[in-house]
Design a protein around this ligand. Sequence first.
Ligand code: FDA
Length: 306
Amino acid sequence: MFRSVILAASRSSRVERLVATAPFSRDVVRRFVAGAKTDDALRATRELVDDGLAVTLDNLGEDTVTGEQANATRDEYLTLLRMLAEAKLTPAAEVSVKLSALGQAFDEQLAYDNARAICAAAEAAGTTVTLDMEDHTTTDSTLDILTKLRKDHPSTGAVLQAYLRRTESDCRELASAGSRVRLCKGAYREPESVAYQSAREVDKSYVRCLNILMSGDGYPMLATHDPRLIAIGEDRARWFDRGPDRFEFQMLYGIRPEEQARLVGEGYTVRTYVPYGDDWYGYLMRRLAERPANLAFFARALASKK
Ligand code: FDA
């Protein structure tokens, strides 16, 4: 219920105006977002890499509605990748891309062309691209574009969401040699017809999917902050004899940094997902919906500014 209300607010332009102009927002945003500019992204990446973490960078923005916006997003990724290579932050840093920011909703071919340009730039920079997964109406289109991109850029990563009923079968399809697959729980509000609704069902699905990926031939990327699922990931890594070059953990910037450091200390590969840019509203609202404690943090920031 709580999650639904916040996720509904994430699509409301009235709530967005209210939150974006509130004086407390900056402090809250800073905890989860590296900053507005490409330089901020580079600075955060450098700090994380110096601490032994790998990074995936997300230029915030989604649901682009014009070709100009979609091309501007592509160009920002091209600049980012050039700067990462110049700063010798590749291959430790890669990029995460939302196809909706590249035009998927109104021109799939444009989204594909833009994603292909980003994949080529990533290859030139010596790193990789992962296609974020958005709401379930885009899953088929995103997986189709992934298949096409992988013909020339086989290292392009997929994201699968454990809350979707279809995902076990998608895991089987994608658990092949060289296939990079990020497994997450899923962050959107989805109907019962396509998605498990209870946390317990989602967690059980996550474990089934994790088992398929960890026992398969691909490169699993276990994206979760959930201590029980991380422990199961560690267990399966031992069981299937997967060293730090054969799978990784992933977590979001600003969330459980001490756990990220612990896993690095244990010798695992850990990648931090670092969002940056002005368009932080949808991202922040999904983080608030996930965890009431994040909302309490938000409320405390509000109270302290009164
Ligand atoms: P969940 O939020 O259910 O939390 C489970 C437990 O983890 C909590 O009970 C608590 O113990 C611990 N925990 C969580 N947050 C904590 C905190 N702030 N402090 C302390 N403990 C905390 N989604 C999507 O739909 N498409 C995508 O492409 C991606 N990409 C992506 C990349 C990466 C790297 C990550 C980590 C996540 C995504 N997601 C995503 C988001 C994902 O689907 C999911 O919404 C969030 O990761 C939250 O789910 P968790 O698995 O972390 O557990």
